[in-house]
Design a protein around this ligand. Structure first.
Ligand SMILES: Nc1nc2c(ncn2[C@@H]2O[C@H](COP(=O)(O)OP(=O)(O)OP(=O)(O)O)[C@@H](O)[C@H]2O)c(=O)[nH]1
Ligand SMILES: [Mg+2]
Length: 426
């Protein structure tokens, strides 16, 4: 019976503000990503969670009944619960209770590949576990076996043992923070180099599974380092939640020699755990520092409006606000919508795999990041051939003529470059 998936009951509170149907659908997807089988859901209209039992008193009894009727192995709550809410609910229902945060942390733990991502997830998990050491029947979901219970069952442990566990976890957290700081130091150097490079920075952000990595790969394939020889390194893309956990930054060079940096980032989901956001802050700084955000939206998903809302909320949570943004409605092929199509200044509908879509997207990106570029005429004396060579390496000239003392070049420059070459402008 090793492959039998555990049956879970999804429970949540509905209020005026949130769209509970969508959130429960999301929760079901998260559960499935964790190899669990959602069998039923249960909601209560309640503006605020009951501090002791999450649901109101009468509802808890009803929930206990339902849990028996449906013979579930686990109850999953749509919000992050306090340690005592988990304990009380488990007592009254006789069933293991896991919350949304625990579920998301477990998915992240499964997905983490790089050392950085592994450390970040581990830190977030430890932070989550620390106040819950004694409270849950089973905090970790054992992915391999799909069996109930896991590493952190310290219920009934003596006080000293609990103290020991707390101390061990705190020590581990200090250690991980140190390791992360070391990694960041070396990466910080890299990003400082990039800043020196002064290339515009464009970041792909958005809901998980929207197609961010696919777009990144398509553009890398055409304009990335090694594109001409077909040796571009690709990022991981897959039809699953949270395929990407670490940020990848790459340089793109367009046929007109314009260059910019493109970064692929971790996807969002509503109520992304606070601990994860904290742990992933340095990873997400790429988006925070971007000159332009591309908000990738899966237009073929009927909940796409909620997903846009989730992305906006998460960006605000990580402190990204007021950045120029293009909304990219992706997967138009799947949605049966015409593509590519531009609406206004900053909305575009595309299919990631379609070359024309990619071209139109690139043009729109260029309009934003190179909008302050100016066309100038330069007179470069023959004695300064090195300057002309440098310009030619990074620009396509609009025109090139000669007089008796030098070359007259018409070219598009960024404001910084225009400043740099000011002595030659005629
Ligand atoms: N039909 C269709 N499928 C697409 C398109 N773009 C991406 N996909 C598919 O959508 C799935 C998810 O794509 P990813 O690029 O991994 O999505 P992501 O936004 O990077 O997801 P996370 O890393 O989990 O946040 C993959 O199976 C892609 O092949 C598209 O334009 N049309
Ligand atoms: Mg991805």
């Amino acid at each position: 019976m090793e492959n039998k998936r555990r049956r879970v009951f999804l429970v949540g509170l509905a209020n005026q503000k949130d769209n509970i149907e969508y959130e429960l659908e999301e929760l079901a997807n998260l559960a499935e990503a964790n190899h669990l089988e959602p069998v039923e859901s249960f909601t209560q209209m309640l503006e605020r969670p009951n501090p002791a039992t999450y649901f109101g008193k009468g509802k808890v009894a009803e929930l206990a009944d339902h849990a028996k009727t449906y013979d579930v192995d686990m109850i999953i709550a749509n919000d992050e619960l306090t340690p005592s809410q988990i304990r009380n609910l488990e007592q009254e229902t006789g069933t293991t209770v896991v919350d949304r945060t625990g579920l998301i942390l477990d998915i992240f733990a499964q997905r983490a590949q790089t050392k950085n991502a592994k450390l970040q997830v581990q830190l977030a998990r430890l932070q989550y576990q620390l106040p819950r050491l004694r409270t849950s029947m089973s905090i970790t979901l054992d992915q391999q076996t799909g069996a109930g219970g896991g590493g952190f069952t310290s219920r009934g442990a003596g006080e000293t043992k609990l103290e020991q566990s707390r101390r061990r976890i705190t020590k581990q957290m200090v250690h991980i923070r140190q390791e992360l700081a070391d990694i960041e130091k070396s990466e910080g150097t890299r990003s400082a180099q990039r800043q020196h490079n002064q290339l515009p920075n464009v970041a792909l952000v958005g809901y998980t599974n929207a197609g961010k990595s696919t777009i990144m790969n398509q553009l890398l394939h055409r304009f990335g380092v090694g594109a001409t020889s077909g040796t571009t390194k690709q990022v991981f893309e897959k039809d699953m939640l949270f395929a990407t956990l670490n940020t990848t930054v790459r340089q793109l060079t367009l046929p007109d020699k314009h260059q910019f940096l493109l970064s692929d980032t971790v996807g969002f989901v509503s109520k992304l755990p606070h601990n994860l956001i904290e742990a992933f802050k340095s990873t997400l700084s790429e988006a925070a520092n971007a000159d332009l955000l591309l908000n990738i939206v899966d237009i073929s998903d009927e909940n796409y409006q909620d997903m846009i809302h989730t992305t906006q909320e998460t960006l605000a949570q990580i402190g990204v606000s007021g950045r120029p943004m293009i909304t990219v409605f992706n997967k138009a092929d799947k949605a049966g919508l015409p593509f590519p199509e531009i609406t206004g200044d900053n909305t575009i509908t595309i299919s990631a795999l379609d070359t024309t879509s990619q071209d139109v997207l690139i043009d729109l990106i260029k309009k934003h990041i190179f909008k302050n570029d100016v066309v100038v005429k330069l007179h470069i004396p023959f004695t300064q051939g090195n300057i002309q060579a440098k310009l030619a390496a990074n620009h396509t000239f609009i025109s090139e003529n000669f007089d008796e003392s030098g070359t007259i070049i018409e070219v598009t420059l960024s404001p910084d470059e225009a400043h740099l070459y000011a002595p030659f402008i005629i």
